[in-house]
Ligand binder design. Structure first.
Ligand SMILES: *Cc1c(COP(=O)(O)O)cnc(C)c1O
Length: 403
């Protein structure tokens, strides 16, 4: 690791932060992590079997309120397996939010299927429920027990609503249209562990859901993921596929191509420790969000992402829209100003219908809202460990509407 001792501020938004730098979102390790990981090392249970893997799965299932949880090497792997378990086959199509980190679209391609990108809605920036219904009702045809995209001729098999930034998707209308057309609903809940929708937990809403414990998520195992479901058959299939599809562990008999997608006991030990602190972390995140909300109320041209009245967000990242005409700077200029002051901020993801990895091959509905949000959005420091003073530093810089 290189330590930046330069007295000059960092001018590049992505550059490493020196002494008083404020990162966007970093892990918070202050519980039983050392103790549980040491236990793995002391007992020699370091690999993909062990009591912490089982504990982590049981505790996460209990937290979310599902019958089953299967630990995986990361969230993207969990999504890949969920698609296979849902019966997604090569050349099928899967509806995916256009405004999201790219992982769910990649998982669709790992299954040799194709994403269909659906726009965000303008209020809470989540997958637009109405546009999902419009596409399924108007742009697809129901023939011999399955739904087909009229333009591509491909079978539509599943929907991945992504609960972005800690806030749930308005999922009930999606669930009902999915039921009507026999589509699987796989929640990408990787950014929203602990959030709830109309009093029901995110992760327990669809047929399956996936979580991530990557370093920037609300709790982390360094890298890791989890697939949760109420269905016994889905859980058994997921466990089978994540463990190399072993049919006879002694004689090494496999009837199918499987995957090595397991989580190690060491990572799970960290996960158990982190999960013990999750509710505390959510409370802190909510306080950070409140402080930003109050501070930005009086700043013209700065609009903080809102929480729907039917939602309990975990405020994973606090993201603002910058109206350049009103504020005087656009989102990227503001990002550079913060960077010059050693504060990390970040735009939202390039909408996936614009991604060079997808724009020539994947099918997309028009996504004007995702485009608008992408241009105007900026995520601000949101770590659980963000001190009150550091948050004030961010707020003061935003108050001064000049470069
Ligand atoms: C983090 C994330 C994932 C999965 O990430 P992994 O790094 O594979 O654990 C998937 N979808 C979204 C929207 C994410 O933010």
């Amino acid at each position: 690791m290189t330590i930046n001792n330069s007295p000059l501020p960092n001018f590049e938004p992505g550059a490493p932060l020196s002494g008083d730098g404020i990162p966007l979102c970093v892990p918070e390790i202050r519980g039983n992590e050392w103790r549980y990981i040491k236990d793995c090392l002391d007992t020699n249970w370091v690999s993909s079997v062990g009591k912490y893997v089982t504990h982590f799965e049981e505790k996460l299932a209990a937290y979310v309120g599902t019958q089953h949880a299967i630990a995986t090497s990361n969230g993207t792997a969990a999504l890949h397996i969920a698609l296979l378990v849902a019966g997604v086959e090569p050349d099928d199509e899967v509806l995916v939010s256009a405004l999201t980190f790219i992982a769910p679209a990649n998982a669709v391609r790992y299954a040799s299927a194709w994403p269909v990108f659906i726009d965000a809605e303008p209020r809470y920036w989540q997958m637009d429920t109405q546009k999902v219904a419009d596409f399924l009702e108007n742009d697809c045809r129901w023939t011999s027990g399955a739904l087909f995209n009229k333009q591509t001729g491909r079978r539509v098999k599943a929907i991945i609503p992504v609960h972005i930034l800690g806030h749930p998707v308005d999922i009930d209308p999606i669930l009902s249209v999915a039921r009507k057309y026999n589509l699987a609903v796989i929640e990408d809940a990787t950014e929203s562990l602990g959030a709830s929708y109309k009093g029901r937990n995110v992760g327990a809403l669809g047929d399956m859901a996936c979580f991530s414990f990557n370093g920037n998520k609300i709790i982390t195992t360094g890298g890791g993921g989890m697939l949760v479901t109420d269905r016994d058959d889905f859980a058994a299939k997921a466990r089978y596929l994540t463990t190399q599809a072993k049919d006879d562990p002694l004689e090494y008999i496999h009837h199918q191509v499987g995957y090595n997608y397991r989580l190690t006991n060491i990572q799970a030990a960290m996960g158990v420790a982190q999960l013990e602190l999750l509710d505390e972390y959510i409370a802190i995140k909510s306080r950070i969000a409140n402080t930003y909300t109050q501070a930005f109320d009086g700043i013209p041209g700065i609009h903080l992402m809102e929480q729907a009245e039917w939602a309990n967000s975990i405020f994973w990242l606090n993201t603002i829209l910058v109206d350049a005409a009103q504020y005087g700077l656009d989102s990227r200029q503001l990002m550079h100003k913060l960077a010059r002051n050693n504060i990390q901020s970040r735009p939202l993801w390039q909408p996936l219908h614009r991604s060079p990895a997808y724009m020539d091959t994947a099918f997309s509905m028009p996504c004007p809202v995702a485009d608008l949000l992408n241009r105007a959005a900026l995520s601000l420091p949101s770590s659980v460990g963000l001190s009150a003073q550091d948050q004030q530093r961010v707020i003061e810089l935003l108050r001064v509407q000049a470069n």
